[in-house]
Design a protein around this ligand. Structure first.
Ligand code: NAD
Ligand code: TYD
Length: 349
């Protein structure tokens, strides 16, 4: 039995679907169902006897202790977080609450549970983090390695950095067998359409503007979500407690290039009714405050020590992703929140 937190979100739900497709072992999903949590992502496994959903907050100490006592997981994978940089600029408190205090309470409850386990050393707490904790790179800089200094620049990345430090401290102070992964930007199915790639696909098909912050030359390092999931499984299986692993697929792309690629695939797979290209909908808007210029992951450690490689290139992954959104328009309509876009549009118009 493993416990996944935040399993109704983008990466967590992909992880659970993959896990149940490739393992016999059961999964408990603890999720607070914030705006980003969507149980429909897991509709295909909801009646699977190996799947249990618990509605709750990682910061609810009593509830977490009860879940651990009842289900007795051999590992916890902590995906639960507030995850959107723009939201963290607009309202940082929820990020402090869940990412810092929530992780603290989860790991504190975990420590109590772990302390009484007979299989003490086999237990794992795997904390899912981001490359954004390292701050920003200049054009000439090397990629982020596991030794790169933390220099978070947004309330989101600062809150993730704080949680990473707590997790690290629980290993050094109490000996809790923790693992931390720092992954680059993910994309793929079930991605909430507030993030660049699903937002652009959704807006393009709706005939709406495709907002590019600033000059669009900011660089992100993209990884197909199922490749992130395979890396997490590998770290859980063979990672060394106390170690951190950077995860990425060597796919640096400027935002504008990503949006051009999406428009070109959409032009091919779902041509605009009135003719013309989706590129015509691109609109440059005011830049995000404190916008990090470049992220890039040096993935040599996980490749060399755990023999992990991504299965998708950016080209194959992005094509799969566009097809998924075209085939699942209902899902997108179900989660796209008009009120949320309103404040984004006000903020960056
Ligand atoms: P997401 O926003 O899509 O999902 C987060 C999930 O956590 C939701 O289901 C939400 O309901 C749940 N949640 C939020 N607060 C909670 C709480 N207090 N208790 C329990 N559940 C709660 O996020 P995501 O994109 O799937 O990211 C998952 C994790 O991976 C996060 O920790 C994020 O920092 C990290 N990460 C994301 C990316 C990316 O590109 N999306 C890249 C690297 C790392
Ligand atoms: P996002 O998907 O929000 O991820 P993150 O901020 O965690 O990297 O944004 C990816 C990049 O795209 C980032 O540089 C901001 C930019 N961006 C836009 O240009 N327009 C948009 O509408 C959004 C949501 C993001």
């Amino acid at each position: 039995m493993i416990l996944v937190t935040g399993g109704a979100g983008f990466i967590g739900s992909n992880f659970i679907l993959d896990w149940l497709a490739t393992h016999d072992e059961a999964v408990v999903n603890l999720d607070a169902l914030t705006y980003a949590g969507n149980v429909h992502n897991l509709a295909s496994v909801k009646d699977d006897p190996r799947y249990t959903f618990v509605h709750g907050d990682i910061g609810d100490t009593q509830l977490v202790a009860g879940v651990l006592e009842r289900h007795r997981p051999r590992a916890i994978i902590n995906f639960a977080a507030e995850s959107h940089v723009d939201r963290s600029i607009h309202g940082p408190e929820a990020f402090v609450q869940t990412n810092i205090l929530g992780t603290f309470r989860l790991i504190e409850a975990t420590r109590a549970y772990w302390g009484l386990l007979p299989e003490h050393s086999a237990f794992r707490f795997l904390h899912i983090s981001t490359d954004e904790v390292f701050g920003t790179l200049g054009a000439a800089d090397q990629a982020f390695s596991e030794r790169t200094q933390y220099q978070p620049n947004s309330p989101y990345s600062a809150s993730k950095a704080a949680s990473d430090h707590l997790v690290r401290a629980y290993h050094h102070t109490y000996g809790l067998p923790v693992l931390t992964t720092n992954c680059s930007n993910n994309y793929g199915p079930y991605h909430f359409p507030e993030k660049l790639i699903p937002l652009v696909i959704h807006n393009a098909l709706e005939g709406r503007a495709l907002p590019i912050y600033g000059d669009g030359q900011q660089i992100r390092d993209w990884l197909y979500v199922r490749d992130h999931c395979s890396a997490i499984r590998r770290v859980l299986e063979a990672g060394v407690p106390g170690e951190t692993y950077n995860i990425g697929g060597w796919n640096e792309r400027a935002n504008l290039d990503v949006v051009h690629t999406l428009c070109d695939i959409l032009d091919e797979l779902s041509p605009k009714a009135g003719g013309g290209s989706y590129r015509d909908q691109i609109t440059f808007v005011t830049d995000r405050p404190g916008h990090d210029r470049r992220y890039a992951i040096d993935a040599r450690k996980i490749e060399a020590e755990l023999d992990w490689r991504p299965a998708e290139t950016f080209e194959s992954g992005i094509r799969k992703t566009v097809r998924w959104y075209l085939d699942n328009a209902e899902w997108v309509r179900g989660v796209a929140s008009g009120s949320y876009r309103n404040w984004i549009e006000k903020q960056y118009a």
